[in-house]
Write a protein that binds this ligand. Sequence first.
Ligand SMILES: *Cc1c(COP(=O)(O)O)cnc(C)c1O
Length: 359
Amino acid sequence: MRKKNYFAGPSVLPVEVLEEMRENIVDYEGKGLSIIEASHRGGLFEEMYDSCLSTFRELLSIPDDYDVYFLGGGATLQFTMIPTNFLTPGKVADYSKTGTWSNKACSDAQKLGNVNVFFDGKSSNFTTLPDPATVKPSENSAYVYLCANETIGGIEWKDFPDTGDVPLIADMSSDILSRPVDVKKFGMIYGGVQKNLGPAGATFIIMRKDMLERRNENLTAYMDYALHAKEKGLYNTPPVFSIWGVKLVLEWIKRNGGVAGMDALAEKKSSLIYDVIDSSDFWRSPVDSRYRSRMNIVFRLPSEELEAKFVKEATAADMLGLKGHRSVGGLRASLYNALPYEDVVALRDFMLDFEKKNG
Ligand SMILES: *Cc1c(COP(=O)(O)O)cnc(C)c1O
């Protein structure tokens, strides 16, 4: 029996996708070899890759003047690549610090150039966000940077700032395809695939083509987005297995109502848990209710002892991954696209039962 998986990443995958992978791992679609044994220069891989990219474009309505491809190195490599490419001499990059992931991106950028922090959530312990309408790029801004959903703190931008001619760059590792996004508002969207899109290994890059005109000169090969755009991510060996998984997850999303379907499901699933949290003083959400994440629900109990008991009893009931990140403590339930609705109902019921016994 499969356990219920609330891990933050790597995280739950649709069981249908795992079964498709099992089915095809030895002999890919009757071709007589596995997709992970085939050259990335050969037809087998490229056919699969092109299909993956076109499904991605279709699901997110990515306009033609954007490049889409996958790289290795995780979302973390982008913390370096973004300023290396776009933080040009004499310019300043505008960063918001809203939690672990944007803080890391910001500190890497600070090592590489001039950074203006337009919002720092430190004083609120990263539990709130700026009103997007108040966000204005610096004069001389190279780009404005934000993390759409802070996976660890459980906080999510609901609307995005209008940055005019200054490119907006967003890390969407943990909420990609959980809601519609107007890609045109962004110069670049990227993320690791291991939260909402597939097995760990690949990082998706969606970048408006004219961004390449703004980049620094004399970049080393792997650091240069122009090279990756030209080679659609195949300059060096791509993370083949991960990309294959992403292709299957994207097709699964398409079969399940596309982004609109995932959006409705995310609303329904997260409401089940937030309704419990809001129903009594036993539960507490530290996050500003306007910006609570639908993907990563962070919550607290009256004591750390009760939190430890919650995790222990949940684990015994085959519910995994509910311990909060070590940096923030408490509890966290990640409700990614692939987490079945029934598993959220099971968590809700477990919570209500736990409250009855311990409240
Ligand atoms: C997990 C995560 C990262 C880091 O991803 P890696 O692929 O491990 O480098 C960055 N940003 C966000 C929002 C994440 O959730």
